[in-house]
Structure formats: C-alpha cells, structure tokens
Design a protein around this ligand. Structure first.
Ligand code: 5CA
Length: 437
C-alpha cells in the first residue's frame, strides 16, 4: 500500500480525552474514530489489526474442535424471559422496541440464543459433545465507557458455547477452551495468567479469567514464577486426549488479583511470587444447567432418559485485545506490534521520492517485496524525513526499510527493527531475502 493513497489520519497532538496509552496511540495512529461514547469505527490500519487478531482467535478455536457459526446482534426479549435474565440483567442491556412494539435487545452475550438453537436441532447424547462459537459485536451499556476499545459499549467478542451430556464431558470441554486460550494469547505474543474468578451475571460455579501482563494494566496480579515460565506454544496439544493434567499443572500454581489474594499463602510462597499488572482479555465459565433447565434444552441419555444439557461459555474480548496488545508493547515513540498482528510487516520509507534514482529504487523495492508476499506500507509522500520517521515509529511496523540518496548510490538500504532500534545497511537483494525469508 502506498501511503500517498492510503487513508491513515495520524495525529501529532495527543488527544486530551484519552486517559491510557493504548487509547492515545490508537487515536494518534489513525486506527479508530469515535462514533459515540464507547462506540468506535475502525479505520483501515486498525481494521487490519482487528482482523489479524480475530483470525488467530478463530484458528485456535478451530484447532480445539469448535465450529464457527454466526448469530445476530439483535435478539428477542422473549428468549431472555425464559432464562429469567431479561429482568436481572439491568441497565447494561440495551433494550429496543420494533415498529410493532415488540421488545428486542442488542445482545450483550448469547447463552439464550445458542440454547434455543441447540434445543431446536439437537435431541440426543449421540450428537454430543458440541462446541459452537461466533465472533460478533456485543453491546453493554457501561455506565462509564472509557479507555477506548478496552472498555467500550460496543465491542467484538468471540464467544464459544459447549454442550455435553454430563459433568465429566463439560469438564473436558472446559479444559479444551482453557488450553486453547493459553495457545491463542501466546500466539499474540502475550504472557497469560489464568486466574480463578467470580462468575457474575453469567452464573455457574467454575470460572477462570485470563489476564495478560502489561505494565500499564488495570489490575495488579500476584502469581507463581513458574506460571510465566511454561512454553505453551512449544507444547503439542492433542485435543482428543485428557487435558486435565495440563490444566491442573497451571491451576495448581498460585495466581490472584489486588482484592482477592490470600495474605498467608502469599507469605508462604515468598520469593517464588511475582507481582505484575494485567488486563483481562478472556473469561471462561462452566454453569451446567443454569440455562438449559429453564429453557428446556434436553438430550436423551444412553440409558434412555432425558437430561438438561450441560453447558459452559467462553469469551475472548477481540477488540479489547487490540488495545491490550498496545498496552503490552509500546514505547514513548509509539506502538511496537508483535509480528503476527502487525497491520503491515514492513514500512518502506523513501526519503527522497522527488529524486529520480531514489524513486526508482524505492518503487522497485516496493514491487519486489509485494511480489514476495510481504505486507508493506510504502511511504512515498513528499514529506520531511523527520515526519516520516515519526509516523513509522508511531504506527510501529516490525521492520523499516529506509531508502535514501546516499544508499541508493551504493546500492544499499537501511533495514531497521522497530522493537530494538537496531539497524544495518544491506544490499537491496539482501533486504528482500531477509524480509521475504
Ligand atoms: N458469555 C460470557 C462468555 S462467552 C461472557 O460474556 N463473558 S464476559 O462478560 O467475561 O466477557 C468476555 C470477554 O469480553 C471479557 O473477558 C473481555 O475481554 C471482553 N469484554 C467484556 N466487556 C467488555 C467491554 N465493555 N469492552 C471490551 N471488551 C469487553
């Protein structure tokens, strides 16, 4: 993509309404545009990142055996009356009336809707287990939406729902999601702490929050050192196998937030304890028959009886993750994208597009990189070098290639790593080899 054609409205000034670094950087890097309080449009650069995060979340769900479907954002109030949550949910739910005065709502979550799909189409234990998920916008009318996409009113969530005939099966599904979450966040370059959690309005008695570490995170967490040392990406996971030992290994290690930690336990653990700051990016729940019973979602059993199906639900804040990744990876100049979610892998900076030799060298590098399948953003603008460098640092692409008159004469360009600032002068062929390799 040529920057002269790209829609990238970067800002020099720090927007005064933004209180946290990810919100400031997302506005300054031209990633989002506020549409209403807690509601955002995703501009091209931000949208590319959102799609990449979404795709990694999707791939790990698919690997765990979950099947993707798509439910609507608008739901009927009647379904929520069946579960009893229509009254309970309170003011966070955005309630809507259609032209016939029927009560609808903008979904804050989908337990009722998926239970309705299930009870209509699945009747027998023979069709179980099932893991179904969708990636869809949700609306929660938060009293004080803030921190940009980290706490929006409209936000993109991946929510999976599990259906099993008994508790043992439900535990197996829970464990699959537990491990899939560790894999997902590790692929995004994040350090994750699974932590036993409250279940809140979703209900049930077994739940874990997934907290990713970021110095600027909202919650303070305490955890055992070994929790951070596991290499989950290097561990081959067979989702058909019993994952309980692996889950036990993680959950046996101590992890707690500011308000729930146990002082005695903390003291006993002494120097094996790490304190850090973190952000909740995922939350999983086992709630058994809380929805299936009142909604009459039953299955026949092998003995010929009929039981309400055992359910769990598993959420990942996809749009929140974009902000959380920035909270974890930035410096005073801007964002430092981990490669798997970078909007482009390479920023090609042409210092003198007005100089013929420079223009030719830059254009040719751009073409060759694209031909090699590299996602490259080409700064071919007629701008001061300082402004170009500042924009590149701000938008944080993992690699920068700088083409200038001196290098062009020698047949070289500068290859620079955003994360370390380290750079080297390479021949143009070597630049292509390095980036396309
Ligand atoms: N039905 C369950 C699991 S599918 C559920 O709704 N869980 S949740 O309430 O914990 O939300 C799941 C994830 O969505 C959270 O872990 C968080 O990452 C994200 N999330 C929740 N509220 C917001 C919000 N206001 N803005 C951005 N992300 C949010």
């Amino acid at each position: 993509m040529r920057l002269t054609e790209y829609f990238l409205p970067t800002l020099k000034e720090t927007p005064s309404e933004a209180q946290i670094v990810s919100h400031r950087l997302m506005l300054r890097a031209g990633m989002i545009h506020q549409a209403a309080a807690g509601v955002y449009s995703w501009l091209p650069l931000g949208f590319r990142v959102l799609k990449k995060v979404e795709q990694i979340v999707r791939e790990e769900q698919d690997a765990a055996g979950a099947q993707e479907l798509l439910m609507p954002t608008i739901q009927s109030a009647d379904l929520w009356r069946e579960s009893g949550r229509y009254e309970d949910y309170g003011k966070e739910m955005l309630r809507i009336r259609d032209r016939h005065d029927r009560e609808m709502l903008y979904g804050p979550t989908n337990e009722e809707l998926i239970a309705d799909i299930f009870r209509t189409h699945i009747k027998s234990y023979r069709n179980l287990p099932k893991l179904l998920y969708h990636i869809q916008w949700k609306f929660r009318d938060e009293v004080r939406p803030r921190f940009g996409v980290m706490r929006g009113r409209e936000f993109l969530m991946k929510d999976t729902y599990s259906f099993d005939v008994d508790y043992a099966g439900a535990r197996r599904s829970y464990n699959k999601m537990f491990i899939a979450y560790l894999k997902t966040f590790a692929r995004l370059g994040l350090k994750t702490i699974p932590m036993k959690a409250e279940t809140g309005p979703i209900g049930g008695d077994l739940s874990h929050e997934f907290i990713i570490l970021a110095d600027t995170g909202e919650s303070r967490v305490f955890c055992h050192k070994d929790l951070l040392a596991f290499d989950v990406l290097g561990t081959e996971v067979d989702y058909a196998a019993d994952l309980q030992p692996m889950v036990d290994q993680w959950t046996s290690l101590y992890a707690a937030t500011d308000d729930m930690h146990d002082a005695a336990e903390e003291k006993a653990l002494g120097d094996r304890l790490v304190t850090a700051r973190g952000i909740e990016v995922g939350h999983i729940f086992y709630f058994g028959t809380k929805y299936s019973k009142p909604m009459n979602a039953t299955v026949t059993t092998v003995e010929g009886g009929s039981v309400p199906v055992e359910m769990g639900s598993y959420g990942i804040g996809v749009s929140r993750l974009v902000g959380a990744i920035i909270e974890a990876f930035h410096d005073d100049k801007g964002i430092i994208w981990p490669e798997p979610v970078a909007p482009f892998n390479v920023g090609l900076v042409n210092l003198r597009p007005d100089d013929r030799a420079c223009a030719e060298a830059g254009d040719s590098l751009y073409r060759r990189l694209r031909r090699a399948g590299v996602e490259v953003l080409y700064d071919d603008r007629d701008e001061r070098a300082g402004a170009k460098f500042a924009d590149m640092e701000l938008i944080g692409l993992p690699w920068q290639v700088v083409v200038g008159p001196r290098g062009v004469k020698a047949g070289t360009a500068e290859l620079k790593r955003r994360a370390t600032g380290g750079s080297e002068e390479l021949s143009l062929d070597a630049v292509i080899d390095r980036l396309a390799g």
